[in-house]
Write a new protein. Sequence first.
Length: 109
Amino acid sequence: FPTEFDRLGTRFDNAAKLHEAGVSVVLSTFDTHNARNLRLEAGHAVRHGLDRDAALRAVTLAPAQMLGIDDSHGSLTPGKAANVVVWSGLGATIDRRVLTGSARVTRSG
């Protein structure tokens, strides 16, 4: 038996299908200790048909809107809270981090 019934009958292309139908899509890892996997979830959604802009929105602005905090979080807008990480290519190497307004260059190689 599965340990979680919320994933029964799911398909890899569900996010793309919902987005195509006009539904606001939010991607999540469902637990804080696996937050590092959020990029993986977005990558899977893109691999299975969700466009990149929609995937980015699904991990940034859409969750903030659903939580009712999009006035202060969820997008890179002056006055909003943000932590930013910039990756090279498909996310293998971190180039730069900006945490609470302080840039930290971490280029490797």
